[in-house]
Ligand binder design. Structure first.
Ligand SMILES: C[S@@+](CC[C@H](N)C(=O)[O-])C[C@H]1O[C@@H](n2cnc3c(N)ncnc32)[C@H](O)[C@@H]1O
Length: 213
């Protein structure tokens, strides 16, 4: 099982996202974890190299399960966060034992063909305890900077587009935000936070959704 991140794992890991970005992301993580007891299980879906999210969760005393399709990203994650459990799997069909207190899927679901998004939301909902929160990001990309560029890279069959990062091709897919919101609600989530978190990133939205009790 390979994905494009296998080609750039070390570059991605070394690439500095910036303190302001990381602080903002971890503030959302804190919001998603509010009220959760230390020791609870937290899912990190599309965990990448484990930095900064899985590392932060472990330091807060949570038991982390990271899932990623890229073996090379996971190799780094295992070094960065040896306390966590990692599953090498496509999130579309990952087998998750229920009982998670919270879940994070930051900048990962938009790499999956959108026809699978509602199934992923349902899979996460099934794995969460009632009242558990999911933090995810929706839409946005600095990938295609013009409508022409977007049109040139759009793949109608896969309902997504590609862009280049570190000289490799990456696939992105998603619905209009209101459609994604409806899919989350249909999977049994109540939306608590829905905000554009990075205006420079073409409508990148941070979402915190709580599984109905
Ligand atoms: C942009 S990185 C984000 C990593 C991490 N969530 C973060 O914010 O640092 C996207 C990650 O999603 C993973 N990913 C993409 N498609 C996936 C899939 N279908 N199943 C599991 N992981 C996937 C990639 O391998 C990559 O590690």
């Amino acid at each position: 099982m390979q994905n494009s991140y296998d080609q750039i794992a070390q570059q991605w890991h070394s690439h500095i996202r910036g303190k302001a970005y990381i602080d903002r992301l971890l503030r959302y993580v804190d919001l998603a974890l509010e009220g959760l007891q230390s020791g609870a299980r937290v899912l990190d879906l599309g965990c990448g190299t484990g930095q900064p999210v899985a590392r932060y969760l472990v330091e807060k005393g949570f038991r982390v399960t990271g899932v990623d399709q890229s073996e090379k990203m996971l190799e780094i994650a295992k070094q960065e966060v040896p306390e966590a459990e990692f599953i090498h799997s496509d999130m579309i069909n990952v087998q998750l034992a229920p009982g998670f207190g919270a879940a994070i899927a930051w900048d990962s679901i938009f790499h999956v063909e959108r026809k699978h998004h509602s199934g992923i939301f349902q899979r996460v909902a099934n794995a969460l305890e009632p009242g558990g929160r999911l933090l995810l990001s929706v839409g946005g990309s600095d990938a295609a900077s013009t409508a022409e560029e977007f049109a040139a890279t759009y793949d109608a069959a896969a309902e997504g587009f590609t862009s280049e990062m570190f000289g490799h091709t990456f696939f992105y897919s998603g619905y209009q935000p209101r459609v994604t919101r409806g899919l989350l609600e249909a999977a049994g989530f109540e939306i608590e936070v829905w905000e554009v978190d990075d205006p420079s990133s073409r409508g990148h939205i941070a979402v915190i959704a709580k599984k109905s009790a």
